[in-house]
Design a protein around this ligand. Structure first.
Ligand code: F6P
Length: 554
């Protein structure tokens, strides 16, 4: 038994699960015509419908008790108060401060931070506006046409996701590119059509030690230097965002071009900081302010709404319900807005790097399952790819669908068809199709009984597959900010319930260390025998066949 499984609500939920696990949502809807009103919430321009879940009021009440008994409110207070709740790294968790209007002093682990936040945001906006208004000139006095953000993980996925999602708000004569992969194809494909004279490179790395980013940064610097007359011109083309200013200076970045990050901002929660520089360049200061405001709206809601009204809390509890009681292993995130195509990838890091852990806050192995496997893609594309499994597979995959009521371009033929798919898929997943319904349908089509007997089992849909639906008016900066913050706080609440430190990421370390050692062995180039036979075999196979004519890339 553990702290969580000892809670009274846990045991009550287990018992309740036994009574509801075979109940079909069709029955729940038939019993309660007010289910939609009861199990949906609105927040500004966002509707959150969670009525298509395998819950009744009693399930929700018990889940809310679980949140109370896990002290979600206490942890929430500690986070907003800037206590070092990232205990394995001894750090506060204050990404919410980045989007606060900072009307009151804000602290991280006892140190005042709001003034620095304002100052840094003003610097970011000043640079962005100079680039956007063509006042930032390159070494040959030409304005910037292309910005390349080099970073990975949180220094890449958040900015990329937001820039893509807010594409209609972007400035048209400026192109923003994102490079993350150490595979040379990524940087080469990005730089090959660009002109160093009119390109600004952002090196985004909280640590300024991440191998992938450092290798790409070096390649980008060499690419610039082929065209620049001297290193003195570099400040016109190279800036950095980091909490390791000294490493950035050593790399050759001018001090005035270094934007600050703080250790109380986790990489995957950092798009609100100077890491969002590329976003500000793309959409401008006002729109970035709206993005921050949308997230702040949700922070206030999360901080003050009773648990039963609290959207991120409800999202988290539904996730716990399926993860820990139904044994469901994954969740799907399915945006029905093409511009949100990187939203699932962004959430993958946010969720899986935060709660993909098996050691609890007390240093003990958990005896329950924690963070789910999060996957997803654009909804429409997924319907023609993996929805088959969602509808008729053997696994229960709860899904979130997200869709705008109005599209930016307002083309009815496209948008109405899109929306019809959102509603139809959620309805189909919930209702399914019974054998009787299939039989009646095939009979109407004129099939014989023997033909029907053969085909019927394949055409039955079990249904009872849960979905949440988010409908929002349009995907504007404020709404996007709110949606991201909903998920951030959902992840936080789940981490509290699972008794995890959601803000460290020790699980990424081992591979990094091994890669450093193996890179050394590859550079030496001699046959290896110090690993297991598979790893030895792979390295030696590679060493024998690797091209003799590799360049050093610069
Ligand atoms: O390897 C994981 C990680 O540390 C992420 O948490 C982080 O977002 C990413 O690498 C990039 O780190 P940095 O911004 O320090 O380069």
């Amino acid at each position: 038994m553990s702290r969580l499984t000892d809670l009274p609500a846990w045991e009550q939920l287990q018992q309740h699960y036994e009574t509801i696990k075979d109940v079909h949502m069709r029955e729940l809807f038939a019993q309660d015509q007010t289910r939609f009103e009861r199990f949906s919430k609105t927040f500004n321009e966002i509707l959150f419908d969670f009525s298509k879940n395998r819950i009744d009021q009693h399930s929700l009440d018990l889940l809310l008790q679980l949140a109370e008994q896990s002290d979600v409110t206490g942890w929430r207070e500690k986070m907003f108060a800037g206590e070092p709740i990232n205990h394995t790294e001894g750090r506060a968790v204050q990404h919410t401060a980045l989007r606060s209007p900072c009307a009151q002093p804000i602290y991280a682990d006892g140190v005042r931070i709001d003034l620095e936040i304002k100052q840094e945001l003003a610097r970011v906006k000043a640079l962005a506006e100079r680039v956007r208004t063509r006042q930032w000139l390159g070494h040959s006095n030409q304005p910037i046409t292309d910005v390349v953000n080099i970073g990975i993980g949180g220094s890449h996925l958040g900015p990329l996701m937001v820039t893509e999602a807010l594409r209609p708000y972007s400035i048209h004569d400026l192109h923003i590119h994102y490079v993350s992969n150490i595979d040379e194809n990524h940087i080469n494909n990005s730089l090959e059509s660009l002109n160093p004279d009119t390109t600004l490179i952002i090196i985004a790395s909280k640590s300024f030690t991440t191998q992938d980013t450092m290798v790409n940064a070096q390649t980008a610097k060499s690419w610039l230097m082929k065209k620049l007359k001297s290193e003195l011109d570099l400040p016109k083309h190279l800036v950095a965002v980091t909490s390791n200013a000294e490493a950035a200076v050593q790399f050759g970045i001018a001090r005035e071009n270094i934007f600050k990050m703080w250790d109380w901002v986790g990489g995957r929660y950092s798009l609100w900081s100077a890491i969002g520089l590329s976003i500000v360049i793309s959409i401008g200061s006002e729109n970035f302010d709206a993005l921050l405001a949308g997230a702040h709206d949700v922070d206030e809601h999360f901080k003050s709404a009773p648990l039963a009204e609290n959207i991120p809390v409800i999202m988290a509890l539904l996730g716990v319900w399926y993860n820990n009681f139904f044994g469901s292993e994954s969740i799907a995130v399915l945006p029905y807005d093409q511009n949100m195509h990187r939203f699932p990838a962004y959430l993958q890091q946010a969720d899986m790097e935060s709660n993909g852990k098996s050691c609890d806050r007390d240093g003990k192995d958990v005896d329950y399952t924690t963070g789910p496997i999060l996957f997803g893609e654009i909804g429409i594309a997924s319907q023609h790819a993996f929805y088959q499994l969602l509808h008729q597979g053997t696994k229960l995959v709860p899904a979130d669908m997200l869709a705008p009521i109005a599209n930016f371009h307002c083309i009815a033929t496209h948008h109405r068809a899109l929306m019809s798919n959102v509603f139809a898929q959620a309805e189909a997943l919930m209702n399914g199709k019974t054998a009787e319904e299939v039989h009646a349908e095939l009979t109407r089509q004129g099939m014989s009984e023997s033909e029907i007997d053969m085909l019927l089992p394949y055409k039955v849909f079990p249904g009872n597959r849960p979905t949440n639906t988010f409908l929002f008016y349009t995907l504007n900066p404020r709404t996007l900010g709110s949606l991201i913050a909903f998920y951030e706080h959902k992840i936080f609440v789940q981490g509290v319930i699972w008794n995890l430190d959601s803000f460290d990421q020790w699980g990424v370390e081992l591979g990094k260390v091994l890669a450093t050692n193996i890179l050394n062995e590859i550079n030496i180039g001699k046959e290896v025998s110090n690993h297991d036979c598979s790893t030895n075999g792979l390295i030696n196979y590679y060493l024998k066949r690797k091209p003799k004519s590799e360049s050093n890339g610069s």
